[in-house]
Design a protein around this ligand. Structure first.
Ligand code: SF4
Length: 435
């Protein structure tokens, strides 16, 4: 994948990425790395760290978009036992690879951010739960953690302080559900990865029953910059309601797919056409998923949508994990939706009936449609199943995501569904390049 910066006010997360060997402690430190952790453990209180991050306006970059400082402040201060930071480095959302990019380029930024977060909640331990397939990031993080220990930046007395800090790695098992906060905690504890009912929320009862804040890789990799430059500096970027920069992964039918750091508020047209180079030669952009396959699809006519929260919410979709999937006019949307539903049916953990049954039911319905056996009945069925999967009927977001794929493709491309179901034809198929 191509790698290129795309911020308006200058990069935050990728500012040092052009420096060779940034993954080594010496290089990271020579640029100013670990100055934030040093400042935190030697000069600041936990509350001051939370306050600084609050000023920055940083929100979680894993999809939920929740205030990071607020999440940390939910962890009870007076709890007598251990408290944990758990880093969600599972990144199994189709279309998103920005956390891998961050971990491969700057593993120490994540380690530093995780240690700062552990300090901020009054804890001593951060766990990085990393996707099982991520071999290189795993090895880089393992070596980086060892280097940080060797230098005394982690351990019993980091920077000579009396606040022990440790960061450990846990290798996940390669399932989409492991990225869901509470399923991740189950997996971390060595159990089968299935979501827990909430409440209690992880802030009160998380890993091993202890108060826990679960944060995304990108979120925590941003924290050292905020401490070094101040929350107010970070808050100058982005929009009034959505501060800062964020990483996006552009994949699909564009000239320059890759990871880009963007200032929140730029449009999808800026990202897809300017940064990622726009449509492939001779093709026209047709749709884009603005936030991984779990966000509702938008037609290319909506490319001027802003990446801020309000712009996306107004259209009933979201920026999610930052994975922007682009498809051009060679794609039939019924086939595209069928492929995604096969993925969700395969990844359903089976705990709740609407998801277990609904995803498989939809796959069978799509199979009939694509075998030219569709009718009005299949159209109505997909409508009903998609409603049955959404709106809190399932325990985790996978059910909603599956329902949204059906609903949003049907909403914007009803004509293609009707063509398949009512006329057993596909006007795209004749020229289909990537079926
Ligand atoms: S929605 Fe699906 S994946 Fe999520 S808990 Fe229920 S069955 Fe499992």
């Amino acid at each position: 994948m191509a790698e290129q910066r795309g911020t308006v006010g200058g990069p935050v997360l990728t500012a040092w990425f052009a420096t060779p060997n940034l993954h080594t402690l010496d290089v990271y430190e020579s640029l100013g790395g670990y100055a934030a952790l040093r400042k935190v453990v030697t000069e600041m209180t936990a509350q001051q760290v939370i306050d600084e991050v609050k000023i920055s306006g940083l929100r979680g970059r894993g999809g939920a978009d929740f205030s990071t400082a607020t999440k940390w402040s939910f962890v009870p201060k007076a709890h007598p036992g251990p408290k944990y930071i758990v880093v969600n480095a599972d990144e199994s959302e189709p279309g998103s690879a920005k956390d891998r990019y961050l971990m491969e380029n700057s593993p120490h930024a994540l380690i530093e951010g995780a240690a700062i977060a552990a300090f901020a909640i009054g804890g001593h331990q951060a766990w990085i739960y990393i996707r099982g397939e991520y071999d290189l990031p795993y090895e880089l993080l393992r070596d980086a953690i060892a280097q940080a220990h060797e230098k005394g930046y982690l351990g019993e007395h980091p920077f000579g302080s009396d606040h022990p800090l440790d960061v450990r790695l846990y290798r996940g098992h390669g399932a989409y559900i492991c990225g869901e906060e509470t399923a991740l905690l189950e997996s971390l504890e060595g159990k089968r990865a299935q979501p827990r009912s909430r409440p209690p929320f992880p802030a009160v009862k998380g890993a091993w029953g202890m108060p826990t804040a679960v944060n995304n890789v990108e979120t925590l990799s941003t924290v050292p910059w905020i401490i070094r430059h101040g929350g107010a500096e970070y808050a100058k970027r982005g929009t009034e309601k959505a501060k800062g920069t964020r990483m996006v992964t552009v994949s699909g039918d564009v000239r320059r797919p890759g990871n880009y750091e963007i200032e929140i508020g730029v449009t999808y047209r800026h990202i897809i056409e300017e940064l990622a180079g726009g449509a492939l030669p001779g093709r026209t952009l047709k749709v884009f998923w603005p936030g991984g396959s779990s966000a509702k699809v938008l037609p290319a006519s909506m490319l001027d949508t802003s990446t801020d929260l309000d712009g996306l919410k107004a259209l009933g979709t979201m920026g999610g994990s930052g994975g922007i999937i682009v498809m051009d006019d060679s794609h039939c949307m019924v086939k595209a939706a069928a492929r995604l539903l096969r993925f969700y049916a395969h990844e359903s953990c089976g705990k709740c009936t609407p998801c277990r049954v609904g995803t498989n039911w939809s796959v069978r319905t799509y199979e009939r449609i694509l075998a030219n056996e569709g009718s009005e009945i299949e159209l109505a069925l997909l409508d009903r199943v998609s409603q049955g999967l959404q709106n809190g009927r399932c325990l985790c977001g996978l059910g909603d995501a599956a329902g949204w794929v059906i609903e949003s493709t049907m909403r914007h491309f009803r004509d293609e569904y009707e063509e398949h179901c009512l006329h057993h034809a596909c006007s795209v198929q004749g020229a289909l390049a990537h079926a």
